[in-house]
Ligand binder design. Sequence first.
Ligand SMILES: Cc1cc2nc3c(=O)[nH]c(=O)nc-3n(C[C@H](O)[C@H](O)[C@H](O)COP(=O)(O)O)c2cc1C
Length: 206
Amino acid sequence: MSASLPYVLVVYYSRFGATRTLAEQVAAGVEDIPGIAVRLRCVPPVSTTCEAVEPTIPAEGAVYATVDELRHCAGLALGSPTRFGNMAAPLKYFLDGTSELWLNGALVDKPATAFTSTASLHGGQEATLLTMLVPLLHQGMVYAGVPYSESGLLATTSGGTPYGTSHVAGERSDRSVDDTERELARAQGKRIARLALALRSLREDS
Ligand SMILES: Cc1cc2nc3c(=O)[nH]c(=O)nc-3n(C[C@H](O)[C@H](O)[C@H](O)COP(=O)(O)O)c2cc1C
């Protein structure tokens, strides 16, 4: 990865691995687009012990995201498991640490998208994705979902929504991400990469 290339930051939290698999597909989609790189990152869990400190490098998955990486990204893809129809606390905690970016307008006019995983088919995917969008709009980001020109959106019998990609993990959270869910996540990655390049030019021109 070239240090000078613009990049899409793919940030996720995942406890059982489903959101991580979606994140990897979104990242693969970004990599399909020339002229832009991807940084795949996660966030640490939050602890009820306020002073608890996580190891600097997680035991598995991507390394932890920093606020600086968010500041300098050209686009953002945010992934979270559904927790009672909303994003998981670790991701919200990360976003709550970005007031300085908000004060300085660091994310204004940058594209963002979101993805999620639920246990049940009607367990709140759309609610999660729409509520993940709210803080991104406060940051001035331009939200992009998944268009119906992606045929998988109509064909799917599991995850996949116009608000962002998703996965249905099943009651025991052990159902694998299926081909349609993977294709949609990859298409979402390509789209956010293309938009990141386009909006970057627009920001440079203004
Ligand atoms: C506290 C908690 C709340 C949850 N809330 C929901 C929910 O509202 N709807 C749902 O379908 N699944 C819910 N789940 C299940 C997770 O969303 C599901 O297992 C998801 O696939 C986990 O993603 P991961 O593999 O990336 O950790 C919840 C799980 C936990 C631990």
